[in-house]
Design a protein around this ligand. Structure first.
Ligand code: URP
Ligand code: ZN
Ligand code: ZN
Length: 468
């Protein structure tokens, strides 16, 4: 809690709904009031610490609904801890993450969730919540889902990919969806036909196709679209809403659009890597393509237009990072000579707000849509709104002073994520986070880290505000 009264003066406050030149009064970690800059009301706020935001945007802290800190994958762990990953999030103007606790096969949801509570406890620079990865659907798991929803873990990820690891078959998926339809949970789906993909992987390796670029070739867009279609229809049968994670293929966007046109409660997320990178990166020589191995995979550039369009038409509602970093040295290198052994995942938690601001500069989306897809909708989707995702009386004072004119160049030499490469090395961006308040506390102050591990608190969530 902040004992100090703070007023953020003179900026352009941008939320998903509005833009106005306003001063924002903060007390005890919450937004108390907004008043037009220069008004008598704003002028009466004299006994407060002043943060100057003239010529700047004042935006809600970002809500990244998809991260994997310290995630076990492919015989190693993603390289950011909750401490380093949430610090990097703060640098990038993200003040809430929702990470994924994992049920190990044969274990309970409870054990998995408690393990993740312990990993994050006392470590985070910004607030955090958890989704639960359900890798073993059985009678006990289904009952546990009810308990988790009442405890504030209101969303469950299932995988149609990775047979033998996280994979659920259609029967298990249907059962979990039926349970979610009853208990108010939201099923998040990794939609790729993993059984078919594993056949194509085996055949590619047998032909000697071992380079990272074959990761993109075997994980075909059609197999993402097929799984997306199947997940949608299973959810329809179960009477459950569905949120499809990391959508990358235009054919998968088309499946979502068709279902939404039919009136189904189906939602889609994409990630900056699919909007800004492509199979050209996967094909970089000297095994450099491994830096871009994630699933769903990067697609040919032609898919990007459909993703941007989906974000504009609201067939896609959220941009999360799927932040799951593995160092090139020693981690991505596990897959030299066999692309299927490259740990899947890319770094990104630090750059989502900036890359999406660049999309505003480039004319892909409006300023308010930027805030909608990066702050307000993920907060609503995952039961955090209006505590998170907006600037309004009563909301947590998670506020970013954003300089829309600053120029920056992304690089591993300057980023704060615990990973030895940048997926955007040398990319020039217009716009940069200047100051970040998390519940009223400055965690970044004029480009200096002023937060601490343990400031970030666990945030139980309500049910999705999109259920109805
Ligand atoms: O490649 C990815 N996306 N790694 C993280 C795990 C997942 O499937 O989201
Ligand atoms: Zn996934
Ligand atoms: Zn993920």
């Amino acid at each position: 809690m902040s004992a100090v009264r703070t007023v953020v003066r003179g900026g352009l406050v941008v939320t998903a709904a509005d833009e106005m030149h306003a001063d924002v009064l903060v007390e005890d970690g919450r937004v108390v009031a907004l008043a037009a800059t220069g008004s008598d009301t704003a002028a009466s706020w004299t006994d407060a610490r002043v943060m100057d935001a003239h010529q700047k945007y004042v935006i809600p802290g970002g809500v990244d609904g998809h991260t994997h800190m310290e995630m076990p994958f492919g015989g190693t762990y993603s390289a950011d801890t909750f401490e380093t990953g949430t610090r990097a999030a703060a640098w990038g103007g993200t003040t809430t993450i929702v990470d994924f606790a994992i049920q190990s096969v044969g274990g309970s949801l409870r054990e998995g969730l408690d393990t993740w509570y312990a990993k994050a406890d006392g470590k985070c620079a910004v607030d955090y919540g958890f989704h639960m990865i359900v890798s073993d659907v059985n009678e006990d798991t289904l009952k546990e889902m009810d308990l988790l929803v009442s405890e504030g873990v209101t969303s469950f990820k299932q995988f149609m990919a990775y047979p033998g690891v996280f994979y659920s078959d259609d029967g298990q998926i249907l059962r979990a969806m039926q349970r979610a339809a009853d208990n108010g949970g939201l099923i998040m789906m990794h939609a790729e036909n993993g059984i078919a993909i594993d056949v194509l992987v085996e055949q590619a390796l047998a032909r000697g196709e071992t380079d990272p670029r074959f990761h993109g070739e075997v994980r075909k867009a059609l197999l993402e679209a097929e799984a997306t279609h199947r997940a949608i229809r299973l959810a329809q049968v179960a009477g459950a809403p569905l949120y499809v994670v990391h959508v990358s293929a235009r054919e998968a966007v088309a499946e979502l659009a068709r279902a939404r046109d039919e009136g189904l409660p189906v939602f889609g997320e994409t990630c900056p890597q699919y909007l800004f990178l492509s199979t050209d990166n996967l094909a970089e020589p000297d095994f450099e393509g491994a830096k871009y191995v994630c699933s769903t995979p990067l697609r040919p550039k032609e898919h990007q237009a459909a993703l941007w369009r989906g974000l504009r038409t609201n067939d896609l509602q959220v941009v999360s990072t799927d932040h799951c970093p593995f160092c090139f040295s020693g981690q991505k290198e596990l897959g030299r000579g066999d692309f299927s052994k490259i740990p899947n995942g890319m770094p990104g938690v630090e750059h989502r707000m900036d890359l999406l601001h660049q999309a505003v500069v480039d004319g892909h989306i409006s300023r308010r849509r930027w805030i909608e897809i990066a702050c307000a909708t993920p907060a609503r989707m995952f039961g955090l709104y209006p505590k998170k995702g907006t600037i309004a009386p009563g909301a947590d004072a998670d506020i970013v002073i954003y300089d829309p004119h600053a120029e920056q160049t992304l690089s591993a030499t300057t980023h704060h994520m615990n990973v030895d490469y940048s997926a955007y090395e040398g990319k020039r961006l217009t716009g940069r986070v200047e100051t970040v308040l998390s519940r009223g506390e400055p965690v970044i102050t004029e480009r200096e880290f002023t937060g601490r591990a343990g400031h970030g608190t666990y945030t139980p969530r309500g049910t999705s505000q999109y259920l109805n």
